[in-house]
Write a protein that binds this ligand. Structure first.
Ligand SMILES: NC(=O)c1ccc[n+]([C@@H]2O[C@H](COP(=O)([O-])OP(=O)(O)OC[C@H]3O[C@@H](n4cnc5c(N)ncnc54)[C@H](O)[C@@H]3O)[C@@H](O)[C@H]2O)c1
Length: 319
């Protein structure tokens, strides 16, 4: 059978594809997966004969209905317009994050096979007055276009699952840090930049107050959890399929402490502060801590600490 990964050329999507292949080789997947199709505007970087990279636009209904057929065991829907991009292009955000999600769900429904549908959502669905620790059942109250489109996506995916059209696993990811590469259009891009750049001798700026609490996951842990989302048995999930994936809570000041522990005072000295109201409006509306008892009991796991995530990045990309 095959798995489709929208956004399969992206940062998380390409890593999910690699991890799915490893899990298949290790016999950890619940079905025999012989092919993974990446659907993305860009070429998927994963080199493996089982990966079929389709370069195309997810908003093209013809392309989507061609790819999604009865052989599909699972769909990872990860293509999205991210937080910064959504705030600056409202129409594109709704076209990609909402309309194309509905088309993909319809294509999955048309197969009659109830494929697993793993949807990457975000803590950006939250906003407004929040308790220190966000409980399992807190209502979404987004304060950004990105958060609003993800909330709509969550409800649609859950409803298609409740109706038996797909088998949903909606994963609210923490902010990913430390992300290698270059900055992206996410408002939270600095959460990686303030660690990644100084560890490589490059200056970086903190755009939010140092006491801002962040809910973070390393890329490796987030990807392992996304693969687990395909593996976990449907009957353990109930009807409300939204999962707050585990993360660690750190303030920006504590992130800089971890930077100094791993990279030394020199790396720390490359970080300066320049508040950016646009970024603060988005990022400071996000929660910094979640009750993840349910997801932990389902076998998802957090990083041991943020410092461990910084060390992981340092060992993999700097040392
Ligand atoms: N990285 C994070 O911190 C984070 C946190 C929470 C949620 N998420 C979610 O995880 C998913 C993946 O994020 P990422 O960090 O890998 O982002 P990314 O930007 O690296 O990947 C997204 C991919 O989607 C593709 N894409 C965008 N529009 C498309 C279209 N119309 N047709 C086909 N492909 C299209 C892009 O080309 C890109 O390769 C997204 O849904 C994002 O909202 C990410």
């Amino acid at each position: 059978m095959k798995i489709i990964v929208t956004g399969g050329a992206g940062f998380l999507g390409s890593r999910v594809i690699s991890q799915l292949l490893e899990a298949q080789d290790a016999g950890r997947l619940p079905v025999q997966v012989t092919r993974i199709i990446s659907l993305d505007l860009a070429e998927c970087p994963v080199q493996d004969p089982r990966v079929d990279s389709r370069v195309g636009d997810l908003t093209d209904p013809q392309l989507v209905s061609e790819l999604v057929d009865a052989d599909v065991a699972g769909i990872y829907h990860m293509a999205a317009v991210l937080s910064g991009g959504s705030e600056s292009d409202f129409d594109l955000a709704y076209k990609v994050n909402v309309d194309a999600t509905k088309q993909l769900l319809e294509a999955a429904r048309a197969t009659g096979q109830r494929p697993a549908f793993i949807f990457t959502s975000s803590l950006a669905v939250f906003g407004g007055e929040m308790p220190q620790v966000v409980p399992e059942n807190l209502a979404a109250q987004p304060e950004s276009t990105y958060g609003a489109t993800k909330t709509i996506g969550e409800l649609m995916v859950n409803e298609y699952s409740r109706k038996g059209y797909v088998d949903a696993r909606i994963c609210r990811l923490p902010t990913i840090s430390v992300r290698p590469g270059t900055p992206n259009s996410a408002a939270s891009s600095f959460a990686s930049g303030i660690i990644r750049e100084p560890l490589q001798g490059v200056a970086s700026e903190v755009p939010v107050p140092l006491e801002t609490r962040m809910w973070l996951s390393s890329p490796n842990t987030a990807v392992e959890n996304l693969v687990h989302a395909f593996i976990v048995e449907a009957d353990r999930l109930g009807t409300w399929r939204v999962l707050n994936l585990p993360g660690v809570t750190v303030t920006v000041a504590e992130m800089l402490d971890a930077l100094e522990t791993v990279g030394g005072a020199e790396a720390r000295s490359l970080v300066s502060r320049r508040e950016d109201q646009k970024i603060m409006d988005i990022v400071c509306s996000w929660p910094g801590e979640f009750d993840v008892e349910r997801t932990l009991s389902l076998g998802f796991r957090p990083d041991s600490s943020f410092e461990a995530a910084v060390r992981q990045f340092h060992e993999e990309f700097v040392a």
